[in-house]
Design a protein around this ligand. Structure first.
Ligand code: ASP
Ligand code: MG
Length: 253
C-alpha cells in the first residue's frame, strides 16, 4: 500500500492530469494506492484573492470565480468525451455556485474570518479531486472521492488546524478501508469535530499525505513533484545548474 501525492503543478491542466492518472494506474496494478491531490496550480491563491476582494466589498470576486470555472471546465472538456462531460460539470458547477454564495456572504458582511477563508480555500482541492476521480473512472478504473473532512479532525485553529491523531487515524483506516478501488483524497482540508471545514496551513497537502500514510501504515508516501530532479543549485540564480544524476539520502539532506 502506498500514498501518492501530487501538487498543484502536477494537476495544473488536462495534460498534467492525464500524466498523473497514468502514474497512478500503473502503480495500482501492483499495489494498493491512495491518491492525495492539491488544487490546480494557482487556484488556492485565486480563492484567497477572491475572498479578500469580497471582504473589501469589491465585485471583483466574481471575475475570480469566472477564472475558477473556466480553468476547471477547460480541463473537463479536454479530458472527457462529450457524453461524459455533463456528469463532471454538474458537481463542479454546484461547487462553484456554492462558493459564489459563500463569497457573496463575505461581501455582505465585509468580513472574512479565518474560518470563512478556510471554507473558501477548500473548494480548490475539492474541485481538482472531483475531476481526477471522474477521470480515473472514465479510464475504466475503480476510484472514489473520499472527502478529507471525513478523515482528518483538527481543533478550531482555522488556517492551521492542529490534527487530533487519536480521532483521525481510526477514521482513515475505516473510511479508506471500505473503498473498492483507488481512493482520491483532497489534500490541505480537514474539519473540526463538529464538521466545520478547516485547513492544515498553506502547502498542507504534503502533510495530508503523511497523515493518511501514517494512519494506514503505508509502506511509502510519495510526494511527486513536477521537476526533472534535484539540481546542483537554484537555476534561477545559477544558469549552469544541472540535474544531479544520483544522490544519497545524506547528500540530499
Ligand atoms: N492548495 C494548497 C496551497 O496552495 C495546499 C497545497 O497545495 O499543498 O497552499
Ligand atoms: Mg507543495
Amino acid at each position: 500500500m502506498k500514498v501518492m501525492k501530487f501538487g498543484g503543478s502536477s494537476v495544473a491542466d488536462a495534460d498534467h492530469i492525464r500524466a498523473v492518472a497514468g502514474y497512478v494506474r500503473e502503480a495500482a496494478r501492483t499495489t494498493r494506492v491512495v491518491v492525495v491531490l492539491s488544487a490546480m496550480r494557482d487556484i488556492t491563491d485565486l480563492l484567497v484573492a477572491a475572498a479578500r476582494a469580497a471582504e473589501s466589498g469589491s465585485d471583483d470576486f466574481r471575475s475570480a470565480l469566472d477564472t475558477l470555472r473556466t480553468r476547471h471546465l477547460e480541463a473537463v472538456r479536454s479530458l472527457f468525451p462529450p457524453v461524459e462531460q455533463a456528469g463532471v460539470i454538474t458537481p463542479l458547477t454546484l461547487m462553484a455556485n456554492e462558493l459564489e454564495e459563500v463569497l457573496h456572504g463575505v461581501e455582505l458582511l465585509r468580513e472574512c474570518t479565518h474560518r470563512s477563508m478556510d471554507l473558501a480555500m477548500s473548494f480548490g482541492e475539492r474541485m481538482s479531486c472531483a475531476i481526477f476521480t471522474a477521470f480515473l473512472v472514465s479510464q475504466g478504473e475503480r476510484a472514489a472521492y473520499v472527502d478529507a473532512r471525513e478523515l482528518i479532525v483538527t481543533d478550531e485553529r482555522f488556517g492551521s488546524g492542529a490534527v487530533d491523531f487519536a480521532v483521525s487515524y481510526p477514521r482513515i483506516v475505516s473510511r479508506l478501508g471500505a473503498v473498492q478501488g483507488i481512493p482520491v483524497v483532497p489534500g490541505f482540508i480537514a474539519a473540526t469535530p463538529k464538521g466545520v471545514t478547516t485547513t492544515l496551513g498553506r502547502n498542507g497537502s504534503d502533510y495530508t499525505a503523511s497523515i493518511v500514510g501514517a494512519g494506514l501504515g503505508a509502506e511509502s508516501i510519495e510526494i511527486w513533484t513536477d521537476v526533472d530532479g534535484v539540481l546542483s543549485a537554484d537555476p534561477r540564480v545559477v544558469p549552469g545548474a544541472f540535474v544531479i544524476p544520483s544522490i544519497s539520502f545524506e547528500e540530499a539532506m
